[in-house]
Design a protein around this ligand. Structure first.
Ligand SMILES: NC(=O)c1ccc[n+]([C@@H]2O[C@H](COP(=O)([O-])OP(=O)(O)OC[C@H]3O[C@@H](n4cnc5c(N)ncnc54)[C@H](OP(=O)(O)O)[C@@H]3O)[C@@H](O)[C@H]2O)c1
Length: 332
């Protein structure tokens, strides 16, 4: 593609956009040239903080501006689909926060639009690009624990005051879509797509899931158990085990600073150097894929994004979580 510096546009100025933009500064070949917010005031505040030249009070104006090669989408989940679709149709590459859409049907559509426009599209599942997580999975692939037969992962925290979007059905609220996607991704990476899925959840009076437990079964005989929630301070760990031992990612397993290998040779704490908040790793992968002229970033594969959304669809069906406008799409 012949890009020296990649020009990024940031869509939305909330928490995760702030963290992501901080980390982009760690990549010398990345430059943030534009930011868009629903309000010019917020676009200007964000633009001043990060020294961004172009500021827009409308996401679509950024997409139409011709000032960026790729956008990063940091809105609540329900807004991802429309913004990503418009950008891909305009030939602007997209790195979009997780979950990339509310349903698998929408994600499949985005992948189709990406191919039709020969434009890169990736889900910002940053855990996949974390060096510690990658080192742990490289160990798994080497067979240090034998054939993986069980995986356990949980993503639960409690805060007396939760961000409003987590409790709002119109903003795709609930623990599953926000946090549950991480244990599901870990287990999917460890064991693949399950052959049977069971889920239970407790919902509040608005139909928002406050905690969820999931069990997956594989025809190979493997099984997995996952939880997510907004009600308890969980260990927040993930592990995979086989006949010869287990590999464990510690607290906040989706961006750990080490992992534990426990085999017949003993238990070792394995340090892997990381820096920054951890979002520049996914950005670097996206920039590499852009330079290679790819539609799909190898580190953030489309098939996994879609399969996990299919599993989220099925889990929501079982626990009875619905979002405005997704009844039709939830058909899978
Ligand atoms: N990868 C990670 O580690 C991570 C961590 C947290 C969240 N996330 C994901 O990132 C997304 C955003 O989460 P966040 O925690 O950054 O949320 P947030 O702090 O509430 O920010 C979301 C931003 O989206 C924009 N927005 C557009 N439509 C909105 C609406 N109807 N209501 C509220 N805001 C709206 C707003 O920006 P403007 O006012 O500037 O338009 C707002 O600041 C979610 O999809 C979440 O799953 C990822």
């Amino acid at each position: 593609m012949g890009i020296d510096r990649v020009n990024w546009g940031i869509v939305a100025t909330g928490n995760i956009s702030t963290s992501f933009t901080k980390d982009l500064a760690l990549l010398e070949d990345a430059q943030v040239t534009a930011v868009a917010s629903r309000s010019l005031e917020n676009a200007n505040r964000f633009g001043d903080t990060f020294g961004i030249e172009h500021r827009y009070d409308d996401y679509s104006r950024l997409i139409e501006s011709g000032t960026v090669d790729v956008i990063y989408v940091g809105t609540p989940h329900p807004q991802h689909y429309g913004i990503a679709r418009a950008a891909l149709q305009a030939g602007i590459a997209v790195l979009c926060e997780k979950p990339v859409t509310l349903t698998a049907k929408q994600a499949r559509d985005l992948v189709d639009v990406a191919h039709a426009n020969n434009t890169l599209f990736a889900e910002a599942m940053w855990m996949r690009t974390n060096p510690v997580v990658q080192a742990m999975f490289a160990d798994l692939a080497k067979g240090v624990i034998g054939e993986p037969m069980e995986a356990l992962a949980d993503f639960g925290f409690y805060k007396p005051e939760l961000p409003a979007r987590l409790l709002d059905p119109a903003l795709g609220g609930g623990s599953l879509m926000d946090g549950g996607i991480y244990p599901m991704t870990f287990v999917h990476m460890a064991l693949g797509r399950p052959d049977e899925v069971k889920a239970v959840g407790s919902l509040n009076s608005d139909g928002i899931d406050l905690n969820v437990a999931m069990a997956w079964r594989y025809d190979s005989g493997a099984i997995a158990a996952m939880t997510c929630g907004l009600r308890s301070q969980n260990p927040w760990t993930a592990s995979v085990s086989g006949p010869d031992g287990h590999l464990l990612l510690p607290h906040r397993f989706h961006h750990p600073d080490h992992y534990v290998r426990s085999t017949g040779a003993g238990t070792e704490r394995i340090e892997v150097p990381t820096h920054g908040l951890g979002y520049h790793y996914e950005a670097a992968e996206v920039m590499r894929a852009l330079r290679d002229g790819l539609v799909e970033c190898p580190a953030l594969p489309h098939a996994a994004t879609i399969e996990i959304l299919e599993l989220l669809d099925e889990t929501r069906r079982q626990i009875g979580v619905r979002y405005p406008g997704d009844d039709e799409d939830l058909g899978g």
